[in-house]
Design a protein around this ligand. Structure first.
Ligand SMILES: *[C@@H]1O[C@H](CO)[C@@H](O)[C@H](O)[C@H]1NC(C)=O
Ligand SMILES: *[C@@H]1O[C@H](CO)[C@@H](O)[C@H](O)[C@H]1NC(C)=O
Ligand SMILES: [Zn+2]
Length: 426
């Protein structure tokens, strides 16, 4: 062995060891707290968002029309307080210790894993979801069909399942877990797949058999694996940036539709809503776009699952001065979903409206791209439970109630679409 090749081999050994040590460690969030910061003006909002973008010890969790939810490291508390004063906003803590929630989630997952089954009393990993999917495909070979969107940046396969009981059904596409930390979304998507195949309830049979379902349980596969193995609070993709040490792009700002207009995404690679260096820079989003555009004639309805906030959001994301041509219908359909959820005994309420109207400007999102560029006239972002008690770390006991709400909500939504003439074959 020459000296050079010896050194190269040595370097590999060192690198490999470094990586494996790194992989065993999960980031801890001891004494990190999450605050609801109420703002009144857009200046306050932009100021606070800018302030948290570049700081490791602050992380944006969620935005609503008049609130930012910010996670703060224990060491940054005094800096946070002085910013709050400087900006004239009020802040209220709603999670005192993020690690405590992660620990109890781990415990629940561990306990439910002991019996070895898949199930919906815990959050499953990507490997578990894919193994379960293989079982489903093998059990229902005539009704189900596997499809592949493509490969992620890190080379993982992005898989989907089509459920079709008969020819000439209208199509419903469900995108899930585009944001890595929103675990309730893939848990709900897999529960729905199971219900469509196994339920004997008349409402479910009707829904399952008279529509074709295209369901992608985990779109952001790299980010999802990263949330399980390294950082529970990760949101974005995992592709490095050419211009920054910050990793990843907000995949739900990366579609080529009004991309980066109206401050609807950040151009800062460290921001949680970074739109990317260019539209479709993320292979996962390019793959999703390719699949949807080549199947758009079969897709009547597109639903993108997110958490949290309990909202249904429809186009547009880029303006609140103009509304899409069928806005009244979109509101009626959203109301049907919200009313159905409310009719359940859980007492959960959903609000609805256009993304830009109810929340803030957001561009390059799945639903806007599907609506604006692919002619999918019914497309919604659905933000599941809760409204901030647990946020992204929703305890597993919520999985089935949340999924039941999604089921009755979607059934009512589809019914309303039928009534309004949106389920005709294209
Ligand atoms: C978290 O805060 C508590 C109470 O202030 C303290 O006792 C504990 O050492 C802190 N934990 C860590 C890991 O900093
Ligand atoms: C903050 O509020 C105080 C008192 O209401 C006011 O005097 C001050 O101008 C405000 N500052 C900003 C930056 O809005
Ligand atoms: Zn999301």
């Amino acid at each position: 062995m020459s000296l050079i090749s010896f050194l190269i081999a040595l370097a590999f050994v060192v690198l490999a060891q470094g990586a494996s040590v790194g992989q065993d460690e999960r980031l801890r969030y001891d004494n990190y707290s999450v605050y609801k910061v109420k703002f009144e003006t857009q200046e306050q909002r932009s100021f606070l968002k800018k302030f948290v973008e570049d700081r490791d010890n602050f992380r944006l969790w969620q935005e609503t029309k008049d609130e930012l939810h910010l996670m703060i490291s224990p060491g940054a508390f005094s800096e946070f307080e002085s910013q709050i004063q400087k900006t004239n906003v009020s802040a209220k803590v709603f999670i005192g210790n993020v690690q405590e929630l992660i620990d109890s989630e781990d415990e629940a997952n561990l306990k439910a894993s002991r019996d070895g089954s898949f199930g919906w009393t815990k959050y499953n990993s990507l490997a578990e979801i894919y193994e379960w999917l293989d079982g489903i495909l093998a059990t229902y070979p005539t009704i189900t069909e596997s499809f592949v969107l493509g490969q992620s940046y890190e080379g993982r396969t992005i898989r989907g399942i089509k459920i079709s009981y008969k020819a000439n059904n209208p199509g419903v596409f469900i995108e899930s877990n585009i944001h890595a930390r929103e675990w309730i979304t893939s848990a709900t998507a897999t529960w729905l797949i199971n219900e469509f195949l196994t339920s004997t309830d008349e409402l479910v049979r009707n829904l399952a058999e008279n529509h074709d379902w295209y369901i992608v349980p985990v779109l952001n596969v790299d980010g999802f694996v990263y949330t399980h193995e390294k950082d529970r609070m990760w949101r974005k993709t995992r592709q490095p940036s050419d211009i920054s040490t910050c990793v990843g792009v907000d995949p739900n700002r990366n579609y080529d539709s009004h991309w980066m207009e109206s401050n609807g995404a950040s151009s800062n690679p460290c921001a949680e809503d970074y739109g990317g260096p260019n539209p479709f820079s993320e292979p996962e989003i390019q793959a999703m776009a390719d699949y949807v555009s080549s199947n758009k004639d079969k897709i009547n309805v597109l639903l993108a699952f997110h958490s949290y906030s309990q909202l249904l959001l429809s186009p547009y994301g880029h303006t609140d001065e103009e509304f899409p041509p069928n806005f009244d219908d979109l509101m009626e359909v959203a109301k049907a979903y919200a009313d159905a959820v409310e009719s359940l005994p859980y007492g959960t309420t959903y609000r609805y409206g256009s993304s830009a109207g109810v929340l803030y400007f957001a561009t390059g999102a799945t639903i806007d791209w599907a609506y604006n560029e692919q002619g999918v006239e019914i497309s919604y972002t659905i933000e599941f439970r809760d409204t901030g008690r647990y946020g992204f770390i929703l305890p597993p006991v919520h999985i089935i109630p949340n999924a039941e709400e999604a089921l009755v909500g979607i059934a009512a939504l589809i019914d309303k679409c039928q009534e309004l003439g949106y389920l005709e074959l294209k």
